[in-house]
Design a protein around this ligand. Structure first.
Ligand code: FPP
Length: 266
């Protein structure tokens, strides 16, 4: 059991509705990022092929997005496919691409109904042509929405994102488009794939792994991290609520002293 799970100790016996009633709107994260891990282990524990874990993972993802919408979290970023994932067996990659298409087809209408902007981030040109077409279509048909965002990392790696930003920035300097020096954090982050999104307040990783795995390295400088041993396909509304309640207990200091400490002289 991780520290995060044990710190939820008294909460684990509560019903989902009780958990929901403990959430404070003013303490909700504005932006939640999620590393959905453990699909393969979930499947092998059941003697099923890995794709069965990914399929159940799709259900977990839809329930999680519904819950975030229900409680009022405006921005969610998910790590759907990393640059390293291309090294998986061809058949698994193909099935993941099929699931991505299925996800977009299933959620397309919901994005419209809920006014959610779908923002793909990553090296999208590496995706198969038919997937790219659908990704760009859904991106374009939701680009007018600004209150809610679902960012989906596809063929994504944070170091590549940062290097791409540096290269584009240098190009803009060479072509005279950018001449404000020194470069500030605000200017630099405009060049990142996440552009104007506020940084994540909370990063959730499932399956007991406690790594960041090249996800949003710039953006998570002050993000609260929540690790749970729950495998992603088992992640449901209850687990989302537990993560949010854990987040609400944290004191975010951004490198400053705590409220408590500042009220005491040195
Ligand atoms: C990590 O689990 C998960 C992935 C590489 C893919 C995530 C995909 C989904 C949640 C399904 C929805 C799909 C899309 C594309 C929207 P793992 O396979 O690395 O698990 P393991 O570490 O137990 O092997």
């Amino acid at each position: 059991m991780t520290a995060q799970q044990s710190s939820n100790g008294p909460l684990v016996h509560l019903t989902e509705e009780d958990l929901l009633s403990q959430l404070h709107q003013e303490l909700l994260p504005r932006h939640v990022a999620i590393i959905m891990d453990g699909n393969g282990r979930w499947a092998s524990l059941r003697g099923l092929p890995r794709i069965a874990g990914h399929r159940e993972g799709l259900t977990a993802l839809r329930v999680t997005l519904d819950t975030c919408y229900e409680v009022g979290i405006p921005i969610v970023t998910i790590y759907a496919f990393s640059q390293e994932n291309w090294m998986r067996p061809k058949v698994e990659v193909r099935l993941l691409m099929n699931l991505l298409q299925e996800f977009l087809q299933l959620e397309r209408q919901t994005f419209q109904d809920r006014r959610i902007r779908f923002l793909p981030i990553g090296r999208l040109d590496a995706l198969p042509r038919s997937v790219q077409t659908l990704v760009y279509t859904v991106m374009e048909e939701t680009q007018q929405f600004s209150d809610r965002v679902l960012a989906v990392a596809l063929s994504y790696g944070a170091r590549t994102e940062i290097l791409d930003a540096v290269n584009q920035l240098l190009h803009d300097v060479q072509t005279g488009k950018l001449h404000d020096f020194p470069i500030t954090e605000e200017v630099f982050q405009q060049y990142l794939a996440t552009q104007n999104l506020p940084d994540p307040d909370l990063l959730i990783r499932t399956s007991g792994e406690t790594r960041i795995s090249n996800f949003l390295l710039w953006q998570i400088a002050y993000t609260e991290l929540y690790f749970t041993t729950t495998l992603w396909p088992d992640f449901r509304r209850r687990e989302v609520l537990l993560a949010l309640l854990d987040y609400q207990k944290r004191e975010r200091r951004f490198g400053r002293l705590s409220q408590h400490a500042t009220s005491h002289p040195l």
